[in-house]
Write a protein that binds this ligand. Structure first.
Ligand SMILES: Cc1cc2nc3c(=O)[nH]c(=O)nc-3n(C[C@H](O)[C@H](O)[C@H](O)COP(=O)(O)O)c2cc1C
Length: 376
């Protein structure tokens, strides 16, 4: 049986549905060319703005690790630990568009058949700033971008009209999508923040503005833990910290919940799933919920910066899963579990005889006989 890993997404043909997300793995032309050499179906560049930015002093990313069979969680490097999450407070690319422009066309020349999505970001507080979005979009597509991803989701922005602060404002989402669509000849994806009450509303605003796809999730707002010995945040500069973004394994279930809400609300729209993907089993969750592509960041950062081994396993395991299950293309399984997520009231209840209020049957520690009856 012939297996087809290639997918069509927003009118573009990807050799496989695995993309590097906008982040350190795609922060330079040399990284992106290495990523394409390794076989990634597409990459989303690190977000590009018109002006250079300066990051905090000290590390921009750290990894929180769990000790098996223990409750210990820490960013300190220890042997025998398992990755819990990444935590970052990195801003957009510290290289501005004039650095990137010639490099975008160099990447396309080196890999004309691979899909280059350029992530862009500007302010949105005035007509002039909205024109910055258009300027970025025009330069990137003229240099060969196959698609644009609007960063409406960076969680580290103090400005009220940038990053995830746009992603929390439905009107601004529509306006930004619309102004970019006015000048774009290539598909426009909107990357939304998970940090809102009902992401369906923000997705609707993006589609109303003309967005061709939604990418989700960016990282979830979070703080590093406080070291119980020093009483300092495990990540800080001069004792100070600011809200950063959580990625990696910890956010897979949370990001799935956001994605499921959107794919159910918009059956016919295109979605690119992001959050906690390190293996095909993880990616499969997003495909079964209805996504047409997926993006990887944290797992790739930890695998030679651009994830060659992660990708090799994603491809091999996608192929073997499809062979085993008799699936010829992604369309044979995309969305298969989308409609299994239902309102809580639709979940079957046991009959009265089998119902023990949840206490006796599951997961709770046996009551301590000396402590008497539990208080309920
Ligand atoms: C260090 C770091 C920098 C990031 N920079 C960007 C960025 O510039 N633009 C963007 O849209 N997302 C950025 N992200 C978010 C990732 O693209 C991705 O949405 C998030 O990390 C969740 O995926 P993961 O669980 O595979 O890490 C960054 C993430 C990390 C860890």
């Amino acid at each position: 049986m012939s297996i087809e890993l290639a997918v069509s997404f927003t009118g573009l043909r990807f050799e496989n549905p695995f993309l590097l997300a906008s982040a350190p793995p795609t922060e330079s032309d040399s990284n992106i060319i290495r990523a394409f050499d390794a076989g990634w179906g597409g990459v989303v560049t690190k977000t590009i703005g018109l002006h250079p930015v300066v990051n905090v002093a000290g590390p921009k990313t750290k990894f929180l690790r769990a000790t098996p069979d223990s409750s210990h969680l820490s960013m300190q490097k220890r042997p025998g630990t398992a990755l819990h999450s990444s935590w970052n407070w990195e801003l957009i690319s510290d290289k501005a568009i004039d650095w990137w422009a010639p490099r975008l066309s160099r990447i396309k020349k080196a890999h004309p058949d691979r899909i280059l999505i350029v992530s862009i970001m500007a302010g949105s507080g005035s007509d002039e700033e909205l024109r910055h979005w258009q300027e970025l979009a025009t330069i990137c597509q003229d240099e060969g971008a196959d698609a644009l991803e609007l960063n409406l989701s960076c969680p580290h922005m103090d400005r009220k009209d940038m990053g995830s602060n746009i992603g929390k404002d439905q009107e601004l989402i529509s306006i930004v999508a619309q102004v970019v669509k006015e000048v774009s000849k290539v598909p426009v994806w909107a990357k939304l923040t998970p940090s809102t009450t009902d992401i369906v509303e923000e997705a609707r605003a993006a589609f109303l503005g003309g967005a061709d796809a939604i990418s989700s999730s960016n990282t979830f707002p979070s703080l590093p833990l406080i070291d119980p010995v020093t009483l300092e945040f495990e990540m800080n500069v001069d004792g100070l910290v600011s809200s950063g973004g959580l990625g990696g394994p910890a956010i897979l279930p949370q990001s799935m919940a956001k994605m499921s809400q959107m794919t159910q609300a918009f059956h016919d729209k295109a979605f690119s799933g992001i959050g906690g993907i390190a293996s095909f089993d993880h990616a499969l969750n997003y495909f079964l919920l209805g996504c047409g592509t997926v993006q990887v960041c944290t797992a790739a950062m930890l695998d030679h910066a651009i994830g060659p081994n992660v990708l090799k396993a994603l491809i091999a395991d996608m192929r073997s899963t499809m062979e085993k299950r008799g699936w010829a293309t992604i369309e044979d399984f995309r969305g298969l579990r989308r409609d299994r997520v239902v309102a809580h009231s639709k979940i079957r209840r046991p009959d009265a005889r089998a119902y023990f209020g949840g206490y006796e049957t599951e997961g709770y520690a046996a009551p301590n006989p000396s402590a008497g009856s539990p208080v309920r």
